[in-house]
Design a protein around this ligand. Structure first.
Ligand code: HEM
Length: 309
């Protein structure tokens, strides 16, 4: 997804290097392997990303071969793959801010890989559900229509399938400027996937809430004016807003799903020593760590925080 955005000039990065002729850069088929860059050269970054993105699938295969997946293997795999799909969707969206904040343009090289990995784990997730329902297509279609959380998941899956199918260079060339507009579908897809995640849970929504807080940060960071997107104070404000959003969402989730008193849930955020760090606390910590890293990395930016210290 990301390399294409560079080509269309959306991120203001350098244009990609022209591909070498086949004789110099190796056969074109080889260039398609996820360990080579566009010019056909071996890329340690893409190789490391590929291995990291494949690691959960390999770990699951290893676990299956050694110990199995318990009494309901398809359900177990459905849960695992669903969580990895959401995590990799977040990673995909995190690469642009990380690339800008740490001035690491090469990170865009792995954005398409991360997006495709998210789509891959999504398809595996849906396949596990279908297998668990013994391929009863009529029943599955009715469930998707009648159960709201499945309808949400289905809509997100359609969007991710469209994004994965059009992520190739061929589609990028064919769609031109429309490609970037189409690929903005990743934002509603993420929101629907998180909503589906939250509604599918009956207890312990911790990870879904932390992911929602990160998603809030990633989506609203994109709305910051270009001149403010690297500013520590903007990032500090965004981190606080993300934590508040997460705390509110947690209260809402407990009130609607478990009927637990939402005020008590909100109050638990204020006493981390008694109740442990709530999801909002983790989101805030991550945001603050990022602000600290950014400010430490470029000392001139300390000036922006000085009035507060
Ligand atoms: C046709 C589309 C989809 C179907 C039929 C589907 C089905 C399901 C089912 C049956 C569950 C388990 C509910 C339970 O245990 O009671 C679930 C949970 C989940 N789904 Fe989906 N899903 C779909 C799309 C998606 C998408 C697009 C994502 C993310 C990108 C996703 C992520 C998750 C996550 C994170 C969970 C929670 C797993 C856990 O409890 O550990 N799903 N889904």
């Amino acid at each position: 997804m990301g390399e294409a955005a560079r080509r269309t000039g959306g991120t203001g990065e350098q244009a990609p290097r022209r591909s070498l002729p086949a004789a110099q850069g190796g056969p074109p088929l080889l260039r398609r392997l996820p360990v080579f860059d566009r010019s056909g050269r071996f890329s340690p970054l893409k190789t490391a990303a590929f291995l990291l993105l494949a690691a959960p699938a390999l770990a699951l295969a290893w676990q299956g071969a050694r110990a199995g997946f318990g009494p309901r293997p398809w359900i177990y795999l459905n849960h695992e793959t669903g969580r990895w799909a959401v995590r990799f969707l977040l990673v995909t969206l995190a690469l642009t801010p990380l690339q800008r904040l740490f001035r690491a343009p090469r990170l865009t090289l792995i954005r398409r890989q991360a997006g495709l990995a998210a789509a891959f784990y999504t398809f595996a997730h849906v396949f596990c559900y279908v297998a668990d329902e013994a391929y009863a297509w009529g029943f599955i279609a009715r469930e998707i229509l009648l159960r709201f959380y499945l309808t949400l998941g289905f809509a997100a899956t359609l969007m991710l399938a469209l994004l994965a199918a059009t992520s190739t260079d061929g589609w990028l060339a064919r769609l031109g400027r429309g490609w970037r507009r189409l690929h903005r579908l990743v934002y509603p897809a993420l929101i629907l996937a998180l909503w589906h995640f939250l509604l599918s849970l009956k207890a312990d929504a911790g990870e879904a809430l932390v992911c929602s807080g990160f998603a809030f940060w990633l989506l609203f960071w994109r709305l910051l004016p270009r001149a403010r997107e690297l500013h520590p104070l903007s990032l500090l404000g965004l981190s606080l807003a993300s934590a508040l959003f997460t705390a509110g969402l947690e209260a809402l989730w407990y009130a609607s799903v478990t009927r637990f008193a939402w005020l008590l849930v909100l109050a638990a955020n204020l006493d981390p020593f008694r109740y442990g760090l709530r999801p909002a606390g983790w989101v805030l910590l991550a945001g603050l760590a990022l602000v600290a890293l950014i400010t430490a990395r470029s000392s001139e930016r300390w000036g922006a925080l000085r009035p507060l210290l």
